[in-house]
Design a protein around this ligand. Structure first.
Ligand SMILES: Nc1ncnc2c1ncn2[C@@H]1O[C@H](COP(=O)(O)OP(=O)(O)OP(=O)(O)O)[C@@H](O)[C@H]1O
Length: 444
């Protein structure tokens, strides 16, 4: 062991490494990928990190391991001896439940939402993996787990699926699902009836609390205060909390700083709008559940035109099936276009190139005119490339049409922009985050 290594207990070095990474990568990425890692303290000259699952391990290897190796190499470790593998967190002993808690049960869970009928894609695989892992060992891996993303993307589905899994695996567990709005209204009633102590006892006695749409707490100070205490009590006794929010919790105005910071203690994961392949898979799965086989033409038509939201996708499919059954017609492309004409038109209108240009210009605090101009400085060219890429991803326009809309540029310029942003999204965490935020803003 070198002298430098001896001077630094590995745990302290790991802390320093985290602080360093905090300055290098966006906080959201740090919380999602780096904080869940655990350091194996008995590694001698080795730095062994354990990741909670394959996904985290692969992301870390691909994007962050080199930064960590650089840091540890500076402190005298052999770069190659800094490794990451999948392993489980050592868990502290759990506080034994009281006699009352031992009577298990599930409240508010919806039978329809299960892990088995959740369709996986790039946009939701991390949220799925995290929910599954928490459900496998509640109270130990990530607490709280917070899933966020815009409406209709499957957050509630995963919340129920995790709850159901926990309840079935542990018949003694008390699992409770509720919407934040209900928490607020029950608290108000309890205050009115002078039964706030019973209210507190009820929520603090569950093993797993699943709370949906916490953005609803915004501006409701008394409810936040109450929830804050419930939250602390549950965390202290290692009961599991899973939350959902319609945006990154730090972006919700009107939520107290101390509560926001608690939300970030465990793992915060986003769900993005599904990509084309996932939309197709969802449609096929939902059709199969109704014992119907959709032709590829019809599936592709709906998946191509409805991009933002699984709830809408499901709604469109339901309406198509109901109409076809009622009228006795076969579902082909023509019939689909006829039945879904209005819905598809709304979706087409929603995301236009103009709209993308405006949102991108606002985001980078520049003028739309700059995006369309001939100026080539990096500060303008990169947002322009991002806007072109989003136009390709989110609209039906061809490359020449997009080029045209960006000040009469050639289609090869658009193609180059798309390739550039795609490859940067692989290598540059900040740009990846910008892309995710813009997509969220445009599709929610
Ligand atoms: N990946 C998926 N596979 C199968 N069904 C899905 C998937 N994602 C969403 N759904 C379905 O889409 C519908 C809407 O999902 P859900 O209610 O979970 O959305 P949400 O993100 O909680 O939205 P909101 O924020 O509006 O509550 C549900 O019927 C759900 O089962």
């Amino acid at each position: 062991m070198t002298e430098q290594q001896q001077n630094h207990p590995v745990g302290a070095l790991w802390q320093q490494c985290l602080e360093r990474l905090e300055r290098q990568i966006p906080l959201e990425e740090l919380n999602t990928w780096i904080r869940p890692l655990q350091l194996d303290g008995n590694g001698g000259e080795r730095i062994r990190l354990t990741a909670p699952n394959d996904l985290v391990r692969d992301q870390v290897r691909q994007h962050y391991l080199e930064m960590m190796r650089e840091f540890f190499a500076y402190h005298g470790f052999d770069r190659e001896k800094v490794t990451i593998e999948v392993g489980s967190r050592s868990s502290e002993p759990r506080v034994e439940p009281s006699a009352e808690q031992r009577r298990g049960g599930a409240w508010g869970l919806d039978e329809r939402y299960r892990f088995e009928n959740f369709v996986l894609g790039k946009s939701n695989e991390l949220a799925f993996a995290a929910a599954k892992q928490v459900a496998n060992s509640p109270g130990t891996v990530y607490n709280p787990l917070l899933l966020y993303g815009s409406t209709g993307l499957g957050k509630t589905h995963l919340l129920h699926a995790a709850g159901r899994f926990i309840a079935e695996a542990n018949p003694n567990a008390q699992v409770m699902y509720l919407h934040a709005e209900k928490f607020v209204s029950e608290m108000i009633q309890a205050l009115r009836r002078d039964s706030i102590d019973a209210f507190k006892r009820r929520y603090r006695s569950v093993d797993t609390l699943l709370l949906d749409d916490i953005q609803f707490f915004a501006g409701k100070d008394r409810s936040q205060e109450e929830f804050f205490h419930t939250f602390n009590a549950l965390l202290e006794s290692r009961q599991q909390i899973i939350l959902t929010c319609d945006r990154y919790p730090k972006e919700v105005d009107g939520i107290e700083a101390r509560l926001r910071s608690r939300f970030g203690w465990g793992l915060t994961v986003s769900i993005e709008p599904p990509d084309f392949e996932t939309r197709v898979a969802i449609l096929q799965k939902k059709a199969a559940e109704r014992e119907l086989e959709l032709s590829d033409d019809v599936t592709f038509l709906i998946a191509r035109r409805m991009r933002s939201n699984v709830r809408d996708l499901e709604g469109a499919l339901n309406s198509l099936i109901a109409n076809a059954r009622f009228s006795g017609r076969t579902i082909d492309v023509e019939y689909t276009q006829e039945i879904l004409r209005d819905v598809l038109a709304v979706h087409d209108r929603l995301i236009t190139i103009e709209n993308i240009q405006k949102v991108v210009a606002d985001y980078y605090q520049m003028r739309v005119a700059d995006l369309l101009s001939r100026r080539r400085s990096r500060s303008i060219a990169r947002p322009r490339q991002m806007a072109m890429y989003l136009a390709k991803e989110l609209t039906e326009h061809s490359l020449p049409e997009i080029g045209n809309a960006f000040g009469g540029r050639d289609h090869t310029t658009v193609l180059h922009a798309c390739r550039k942003i795609e490859s940067l999204c692989e290598s540059d965490g900040r740009l990846r985050e910008e892309h995710a935020r813009l997509t969220r803003e445009l599709t929610s």
